[in-house]
Design a binder for this molecule. Sequence first.
Ligand code: SF4
Ligand code: MG
Length: 327
Amino acid sequence: MNNLMRIDGLSTHFFTEDGEVKAVDDVSFRVREGETVCIVGESGCGKSVTAMSIMGLVESPGGKVTSGSIEFQGEDLLQLDKHTLRSMRGHELAMIFQEPMSSLNPVIKIGEQIMEPLRVHLKLNKKEARAKAIELISQVGISRPEQIADSYPHELSGGMLQRIMIAIAISCGPKLLIADEPTTALDVTIQAQILDMLRQFKADSGMSILLITHDLGVVAEMADYVIVMYSGKIVEEGEVVELFSNPKHPYTRGLLKSKPVINQRQEELYSIPGQVPNPLELAPSCYFHDRCEHCMPVCRSKQPVLQDVGNGQKVSCWLYEEALIHA
Ligand code: SF4
Ligand code: MG
C-alpha cells in the first residue's frame, strides 16, 4: 500500500499565560491508501490536536504548529496557502467530530448544508446538488430523504445528525476521512451502525480513515494500524493484531486491561492508577513514570525514544531500550 499521508516530526504547541503546552510533541506516522489508522489515548493526550493540525484548524489564539511536515499526496499541507488548504478541506480531506451540532448551521436546512460542498468543490448546479444530497441522505441509511433534506438540524436525533455529518464528509469523495470520536456521544446500537457504515464506505471508495478515539472496542473493530499517544507523544504503535495480542508499553497494557468486558460489572473495571502529568510541568523523563509499575531510575531522568522492536511495532520505553542496549 502506498502512503497517502506522511507526518514527520509534527509539534503543535499552545502558548498560555502559564507557559507553553506541547500538545503534540514530535509526532511522526503515516496513513497508507485504504488503511484505517486509529489514534488512541486518554483525553488531553494530543490526539484531537493532531487531527486539527492536519486540517489546518489549530486556530485558537496561542496555538501553533511549531515544526514538522504533513505530506499529503506529495504536498506539505503546512506549506499550502490558506486558500488551497480550504479547497482541499471537505474535498480530498474531510473531518467529522463528536458533536455534529457544532459543525452544522442551526438555521440552514439539512439538504442545503449537504449541497454546499457539492456546489463549491464539484461545481454541481442547484438541481444536481439537490439530487445528490438526497441520494447521500439515503446512502447513510436515513429513510424519507426528501423530508429530511427540508428539515433543520434541531429536528433530527443525535444519531441522524452524525449520519448527516458523514454524508457531508463523504459527499465529495475524500481520500482521507478524519473522524474525531465520531460515536462517543451516541448509544451503543447507533454507534455500531455508524461504525459499520464507515467501514462500508471505506471498502466501497478505498478512502483512508484516521480515527481518533479513547475506546479500545472501537479500535479493535476498525483499525488496521494503531497509534497510542500519551502526553503529546506516541508511546507505542503497530498493526492492530500485534498491538492487541502483544502490547509492549506499560501504558498500552494498562489501557487494554481497563477495556470493559461484556458482562463485567462497571466497578470491577481496572483503571490505570494516577493521572496524566500536568502539561506545564513536563521534565525530561518518561511522562508515564508516575503511573508505571516498572519505573526505573533512568525513567525519571531521561526520555525514552520510539524504537523499532520488530513485527512492525514501535515502542518508547526504557524497558525495551535497555534490552536493546544490552543485546
Ligand atoms: Fe515505565 Fe520506564 Fe517504560 Fe516509562 S520508560 S513506561 S516509566 S518502564
Ligand atoms: Mg479530543
